[in-house]
Design a protein around this ligand. Sequence first.
Ligand code: SIN
Ligand code: CO
Length: 356
Amino acid sequence: MRRHWQKKPLLVSQAIPQFAPPVLRAELFALAAEEAVESRLVQLVKGAWKLRHGPFARRALPALQQPDWTLLVQGVDLHNDAVHALMQQFRFVPEARLDDLMISYASNGGGVGPHFDSYDVFLLQAHGKRRWRIGRQKDLSLREDIPLKVLANFEPEEEFVLEPGDMLYLPPRYAHDGIAEGECMTYSIGFRAPARAELAQELLARLAEDAADDDNISLYRDAGQAAVAQPAAIPLALQDFAREALSRALAHPLVLERALGEYLTEPKASVWFEPGDAGVMLEGVRLDRRSRMMYDAQHIFINGESYRAAGRDATLMRRLADDRRLAARDLVRASDDALELLSSWCDAGWAHVWTE
Ligand code: SIN
Ligand code: CO
């Protein structure tokens, strides 16, 4: 983290020795056929780039022997427990920054063209070989004639051939081009970083909701208002009142922290939970792979909801968020309220009964 994170690439030979990828070709193709799964097909046909969006029936994919195509399947961690578990190995980075695990399948020669991404990425080679060319790239202009974000003037500086278990870390905006040498699968562990403007928009919308719920109506008063000759001019005192209204909404203790935690743990739009195993207690629990759970000094957040927590229960819930599971022995000292909450999360399918 100190030397490379957000700074410079890192090649890790045999990051995972004897890596046995949890999802292979047939399962990936099956995922790409599903409506709820985001997938893309990138193909180079007679020198022309083509992009199509899934879902793809198996027969809609090119033949395996046909060169130069790539199938990309997004968010596989939401659909497969073993892939979710693999992604947990990257939680040396705060979970608030983790996004998803994408898997690509490429036939010989396949790739998505030289490009850069806005976010950090770990490219873990899962099957076969891929030749990566990378560069710092000052000129980020893109080709305008094609449906993909491909650099117009890629200037690679380094080249590596990755084999299964090898991994390449790239910081944001580092140019790269990976070309399959034979049949190839690459797992991309992707990150997210909120954009300042988007965060302001999200948080202000949540603060606005809180403000709307505030029953304490205090109207603007202007007992000191003099008669005016320019009636269209907005009074300065009204501008001050507006500014104060906003700063009061923000100054409410913990509103910002709460809104941020709720926003960061909001499930992705495609996620739904199946109501599940009711009646946990005194057995352990584990979070569903789709659940997002985080905390700050005063709150516990799960799937867009927040709870104030303190004392022993807070310690327990933080442990659940960090480890994503609690054993039966951890629950012995939990309060009735905490147990009830865990049980309601199990009902909702956010967590499941778990025995060691
Ligand atoms: C791929 O796996 O083919 C593309 C991954 C990337 O370049 O970000
Ligand atoms: Co990329």
